[in-house]
Design a protein around this ligand. Structure first.
Ligand SMILES: Cc1cc2nc3c(=O)[nH]c(=O)nc-3n(C[C@H](O)[C@H](O)[C@H](O)COP(=O)(O)OP(=O)(O)OC[C@H]3O[C@@H](n4cnc5c(N)ncnc54)[C@H](O)[C@@H]3O)c2cc1C
Length: 486
């Protein structure tokens, strides 16, 4: 029997998750308040690890064609972060409007059979031992109820799901009156992405590669309420103060004023309800990390929730979503906060020293790699040692990340060391020169030669071997049993 998952919110997080669940054969429905396509283009930075995850889903090459890539990030104070060293197919950052990413994810989710229902707002929920009852309001203002075995709140920063399960969103307001616009420039900056700052505030200019540029600007002396319209002259003045030129900006197609909070929920799971993306953690756009973190949450959660919904998950698997992603969320909020504070620096001393100090630090290759490893997502590891599996060619053709496209575990082992009996229904096998690894569906290493018994790792991550169905309360005992038998 297969359970049903309801995902609240068709933003990037909800759409990637819906595709993964549908690919695993889990019936799922996305409930989205908006009636039409979002006209917001918030995120524009897609980092290397996210591109790898999209690559495993067959979407990266198409997304790359929608934008422009940058392999050296020119950040405040003349600091240059070098991405060319990244051990990835994608040693760069992609600049593309968020709606391109969302369109590809939505197309994939629908093609795989996920239902996406728009014009429906989730107004509350109640969970019991067997499932979750959602309360919905339709466009016609009718109230409806819907039951699901599991619910994922991917409903953004003001998450109704988070409130309905009684969780707070501790943190603070970080910055207000940030201006955002997509404009044309008479004279574009030399770099595809750059940031400049001064006493008045700062500005960021990023090129989408199609003649449009994203400008984000903040003026310390001109703080207005969120809803106040953005005046092009105000944007020009602030950009001029930061860069010494406004690049001849004109014809804005879209402008808005926003504020950012830095917050994180204490628990990503409450019984049958899970939180992901901005519903779980939020911070300013500094670093371009939010959408990337949400997509990586979804990739971590999808295969675990699919196993849980299909009643084949080993004990503790679904809880490992919080254990793995909460610390990453915390580090992401902190990293973004540090970058924001440097950009907003009020103190003259800090403004004068931030550039030289950061330049000196980032010229030291290990420190540059540390910074870019985190921002790109390539260096993110999980608490019990789970590290990212690098992509590599497989014997006989193809790459590891293509093999991960099936959404299953992949055992990389020499011929003659195949998938042990009882796990072939969940684990594919491939060979690659010099590699012996068990790779999770999200591209993290579950086991490698030298880690001890492969069967113990299989039992821990995939569940017991087929034909040895056990009750959940015996699961831990089974893991130990298998480990002992070696
Ligand atoms: C100016 C700006 C620039 C940014 N730049 C970047 C960047 O370069 N890179 C980056 O990685 N991130 C960036 N971000 C952050 C990024 O936009 C968010 O992190 C990302 O959109 C979060 O995705 P999500 O799917 O979790 O939530 P959202 O995109 O907020 O989607 C939530 C969805 O849920 C729906 N919804 C809400 N409540 C309900 C309800 N009750 N019922 C039904 N549906 C509901 C909403 O309509 C929405 O469609 C930026 C953010 C801002 C503001």
């Amino acid at each position: 029997m297969t359970d049903d998952v309801a995902i609240v919110g068709a933003g990037p997080t909800g759409l990637l998750l819906a595709g993964d669940l549908a690919a695993a054969g889990v019936p799922c429905t996305v409930l989205e308040r908006r009636a039409g396509e979002s006209n917001l283009t918030r995120a524009f930075a897609v980092h290397a690890r996210t591109l790898e995850l999209l690559d495993a889903r067959g979407l990266a090459d198409e997304l790359l064609r929608t934008g422009t890539t940058v392999d050296r990030l020119h950040v405040i104070g003349g600091v240059v972060l070098d991405l060319t060293w990244l051990p990835s197919r994608f040693p760069f950052m992609l600049i593309t409007p968020q709606y391109h990413t969302e369109r590809l994810l939505e197309r994939r989710a629908r093609a795989l059979g996920a239902r996406i229902v728009t014009g429906v707002e989730v107004t509350g929920l109640r969970q019991d031992a067997d499932g979750v009852e959602l309360e919905l309001r339709t466009e016609e203002a009718a109230t409806e109820r819907r039951r699901a075995a599991y619910v994922v709140g991917a409903d953004g920063v003001r998450s109704t799901v988070r409130r309905a399960i009684g969780l707070g969103f501790p943190g603070r307001s970080a910055v207000g009156s940030m201006m955002l616009a997509d404009v044309r420039l008479k004279e574009a900056p030399r770099e595809a992405l750059s940031v400049a700052g001064g006493a008045v505030g700062f500005a960021l200019v990023a090129s989408f590669g199609d003649g449009w540029h994203r400008v984000i600007a903040w003026n310390r002396g001109h703080q207005l309420a969120d809803g106040a319209p953005v005046d092009l002259d105000e944007l020009r003045d602030t950009t001029r103060c930061a860069y010494g030129t406004d690049f001849g900006m004109h014809d804005p197609r879209w402008a808005s004023r926003f504020h950012s909070d830095e917050r994180q929920v204490a628990r990503y799971r409450s019984g049958r309800v899970l939180l992901a993306g901005d519903a779980a953690h939020v911070h300013s756009p500094a670093g371009g990390l939010g959408m990337n973190a949400g997509l990586q949450d979804a990739a971590n959660l999808g295969w675990k929730l699919a196993a849980e919904a299909q009643r084949r998950a080993p004990a503790g698997l679904l809880d490992s979503y919080h254990a793995e992603r909460h610390p990453v969320g915390r580090a992401t909020v902190r990293a973004s906060a540090t970058m924001l504070r440097l950009a907003l620096a009020r103190s003259r001393l800090l403004r004068a020293t931030r550039g030289p100090v950061a330049r000196a630090v980032t010229r030291i290759p290990p420190l540059n790699r540390r910074a870019t490893g985190f921002v790109s997502g390539i260096a993110i590891t999980y608490p019990d040692g789970g590290r990212r599996a690098p992509d590599f060619p497989l014997t006989g053709g193809g790459r590891l990340y293509e093999a991960l496209g099936a959404g299953r575990f992949v055992l990389i082992a020499p011929a003659g060391h195949g998938v042990p009996d009882g796990w072939a229904d969940r684990v594919d096998q491939a060979t690659a020169a010099g590699e012996r690894l068990l790779v999770r569906p999200d591209g993290y290493v579950a086991w490698s030669a030298g880690d001890g018994d492969l069967r113990a790792a299989l039992a821990r991550w995939c569940g017991p071997p087929a034909g040895r169905a056990v009750s959940r309360d015996r699961q831990d005992g089974l893991d130990v049993d298998i480990a002992r038998r070696g």
